[in-house]
Ligand binder design. Structure first.
Ligand SMILES: CC(C)(COP(=O)(O)OP(=O)(O)OC[C@H]1O[C@@H](n2cnc3c(N)ncnc32)[C@H](O)[C@@H]1OP(=O)(O)O)[C@@H](O)C(=O)NCCC(=O)NCCS
Length: 150
């Protein structure tokens, strides 16, 4: 298993996972423009050093980062890949805070982020469109545990 920084050559495979994972996915063009930003950091996990099974895309600013998107390919879910990748990403980013938005009805992602130590810091009402209406976005934040604490 490999966890490494995303390269431009990985963007096609990431676009494929995006399309399958989200109703409003980032397109390949979106991914290219994200990748070209100097503040972009992205990581992927490849089980056999081949195609990515999971990725995490961040934009950094000063000592903080936003998680722009993360997903695991449908065939590779519930194997601990997102947990491992995000934990390693948080370590490698070495920032003071990471923030993200997640839909209140995304129970799997909420459980994942809770397991990583993210806390709710805000809410955007009716932020995501759903077939039956709209749902709120929660804003979650992670901070590293201060050194020396238990
Ligand atoms: C959310 C997502 C990234 C999780 O990826 P994953 O690689 O399957 O997650 P992991 O196997 O690392 O799961 C780690 C923990 O998160 C929680 N979790 C993950 N998926 C879950 C699900 N569908 N239901 C409940 N809990 C879940 C569990 O606590 C899990 O630990 P466990 O398997 O020991 O119970 C994946 O389901 C996905 O790509 N979803 C679609 C895209 C998405 O919603 N991205 C997040 C947008 S904010």
């Amino acid at each position: 298993m490999v966890i490494r920084e995303i390269k431009e050559a990985d963007l096609d495979a990431i676009a494929d996972i995006e399309v399958a994972a989200f109703s409003r996915p980032l397109t390949r063009d979106d991914l290219v423009s994200l990748y070209q930003k100097p503040v972009f950091r992205g990581f992927l996990l490849a089980p056999d050093d081949g195609l990515p099974a999971c990725y995490a895309l961040f934009l950094t600013a000063g000592g903080a980062a936003d998680l722009v998107s993360t997903a695991t390919a449908a065939h590779a879910r519930r194997r601990g890949y997102a947990m491992r990748l995000l934990r390693e990403s948080l370590y490698r980013l070495a920032v003071d805070a990471v923030t993200l938005e997640v839909a209140v009805d995304n129970a799997g992602a909420l459980a994942l982020y809770a397991g990583l130590g993210f806390d709710e810091v805000g809410r955007r009402p009716d932020y995501y469109r759903r077939p039956g209406g709209r749902v709120d976005a929660l804003i979650l934040r992670w901070r590293p545990v201060p050194q020396g604490s238990a």
